[in-house]
Design a protein around this ligand. Structure first.
Ligand code: GLN
Length: 565
């Protein structure tokens, strides 16, 4: 029988429920079980595609083209496997399904009600996800915090599942224990209230993951145990850690897998796998810093800066760095600041590599183009992702091919040189949808790599599959012009002859690559993405070059005499 573990948040949001869910999944998988993980987002949005990244974090795209919450990305990275669209649902999606079914007379004249029909739909989605993944364990992360109105129906689904099969369902509460500075003592009361709120929804948690800045001590463990009605062994200490990749190791210090398996009367199928520990050791050992700039615009929320909008990019950098033996120092640079103050561009010289990630709309675009030009002219390793690739072709068209005013029609509908444009069938698609939702190229598509290019060498194969999320494409009318001026179209989608990757020759620039797809979605701890690895290697090389005495540097390059020959 499949086992179901619900993960619910208490006290406040942002305490790392997603990483906790992914970590439990990882630990169980390391004990020989097949695990999958689902995310429930209590929003009316039917998918995450229309949510603001600064508010909600990155939109993660699955192989089968669903726009989901970033936590699905965490599950993929921790479980090292693809998670498909069945594993993600929002309130909007669940209601939409039930309403469509009602319109199709599928309820045979019954009154369709919020309870039980909405929780029933939730349950059937959870069970379907488990079946499709052939999972022995299904993790279900319920978005939001207990006590909120919005996720009640999802808790109700969990309660109903437990009632039907008490031995197959358990509830984990990820709570937060503050240590107020003035008091200097860890406080358990908010957790007690959270447990009471959960009990009010008919659910007794089986386990508490006690998030705090420091580990939980014995007196507090005992206090939570008595007041929350949970055995002390099932109260797991979850202190802040430097790297999310340490979380599964930390949980196991409190014997988390043993406690979970005990609950279900199961024995581990094998000894804990050491792969994860080895990866974490690599992160810890890598000391040599490599400075990477991410030039984006989805950072600021009021007085705070968030990096969640680019979480997969950041994790892909981390994977590549750990496996290359260097330590990433990542900085966020606000693209708009270069528009207001171009002299600021000089600061880019301090970086070993620059990434221009994906994005939408016109804000910050000219700033990003300036950054790309600087990276190209100053030979700083550059990786452009989706919009970053599109803008790299625009910059090249403007600066190298003298196509002044070249642009994407996303920004300038009347540009003289629409280097990036909508395909005719996309125009049709948008018209027939009457709105923009559903008009994107989403999910995995094939891409053929050209022999003798940086990317072909990096991937080590001719045909790859990568994930997409965009509306606009490179306009093939400009292929010849840009190619004649030195831009290499090194990856092409064979189905529609679309440009997927651009690059510059190695003797012109150490690493200048742009991809129409999002390689960051496929990077995993033990399988870092080849393009990120090459980018980081090249950035590391830049540091080496910086450290070499000038005389040696000139010996390394081609001498003028050689190049004349
Ligand atoms: N805005 C661009 C497009 O829609 C790029 C999208 C992206 O970077 N994900 O084509």
């Amino acid at each position: 029988m499949t086992k179901y573990i619900f993960v619910i948040g208490g006290v406040m949001s942002g305490v790392g429920k997603g990483i906790a869910t992914a970590s439990i999944a990882r630990i169980l998988e390391d004990r020989g079980f097949s695990v999958t993980a689902c995310k429930i987002d209590p929003y009316i949005n039917v998918d995450a595609g229309t949510m603001n990244p600064t508010e909600h974090g990155e939109v993660f795209v699955t192989e089968d083209g669903m726009e989901t919450d970033q936590d699905i990305g965490n599950y993929e990275r921790f479980l090292h496997k693809n998670i498909y669209k069945d594993n993600y649902m929002t309130t909007g999606l669940v209601y939409q399904t039930v309403i469509n079914r009602e319109r199709n007379l599928e309820y045979n004249g019954k009154c369709v009600e919020v309870v039980p029909h909405i929780p029933e739909e939730v349950i059937s989605r959870i069970e379907r996800a488990g079946k499709k993944a052939k999972a022995e364990f299904v993790m279900i992360e319920v978005g939001g915090t207990v006590g909120e109105y919005q996720n009640l129906l999802f808790l109700e689904a969990g309660r109903m599942m437990k009632l039907r099969n008490p031995g197959d369902v358990m509830f984990v509460l990820v709570s937060y224990l503050p240590v107020p500075q003035k008091i200097g003592e860890m406080k358990t009361k908010p957790t007690q209230y959270a447990v009471r709120a959960l009990q009010g929804a008919g659910i007794q948690p089986d386990m508490i993951l006690a998030r705090s800045i420091v580990p939980l001590d014995k007196p507090r463990k005992e206090k939570i145990s008595v007041f929350c009605n949970i055995a002390p062994d099932c109260i797991i200490s979850a202190p802040d850690v430097k790297s999310i990749y340490e979380v599964p190791l930390n949980f196991e210090k409190d014997k988390l897998s043993e406690q979970i398996l005990n609950k279900f009367n199961l024995k581990p199928k094998k000894k804990a796998d050491l792969k994860w520990r080895n990866f974490y050791d690599k992160i810890k050992k890598a000391k040599k810093p490599v400075k990477i700039a991410i030039t984006g615009k989805y950072f600021a929320t009021g007085a705070f800066t968030l990096s969640d909008s680019y979480i997969s990019v950041i994790e892909a950098i981390r994977h590549a760095c750990a496996n290359t033996g260097v330590h990433p120092k990542i900085e966020w640079l606000d693209a708009e600041s270069y528009e207001k103050n171009p002299a600021k561009l000089k600061e880019l010289k301090n970086f070993d590599g620059i990434i221009v990630p994906g994005g939408f709309g016109s804000r910050g675009i000219e700033g990003k183009i300036k950054v790309i030009k600087f990276a190209r002219e100053n030979k700083i390793p550059f990786l452009g992702l989706c919009y970053g690739m599109q803008l790299a072709t625009i910059e090249f068209a403007r600066s190298v091919c003298a196509l002044r005013g070249a642009n994407t029609t996303e920004v300038d509908k009347n540009t003289k040189y629409p280097i990036i444009d909508l395909l005719p069938d996309q125009v049709q698609n948008i018209k027939s949808h009457k709105n923009l939702g559903g008009s994107m190229r989403l999910g995995a598509y094939p891409c053929e790599l050209k022999k003798g290019t940086i990317v072909r060498d990096a991937y080590g194969q001719n045909l790859i599959m990568e994930r997409h999320r965009h509306r606009y494409e490179f306009n093939n009318d400009y292929c010849d012009n840009l190619a004649n001026n030195g831009l290499i179209f090194s990856g092409i989608n064979p189905e529609k002859n679309l440009v997927e990757i651009i690059e510059l020759k190695k003797n012109v620039h150490p690493f200048f690559v742009g991809t129409q797809f999002h390689p960051e979605f496929k990077s995993r701890p033990f399988e870092p993405h080849p393009l990120f690895v090459e980018f980081i290697k090249s950035a590391t090389h830049t540091i080496l070059n910086k450290q070499l005495p000038i005389r040696l540097l000139s010996l390394r390059g081609r001498s003028p005499r050689q190049s004349r020959n």
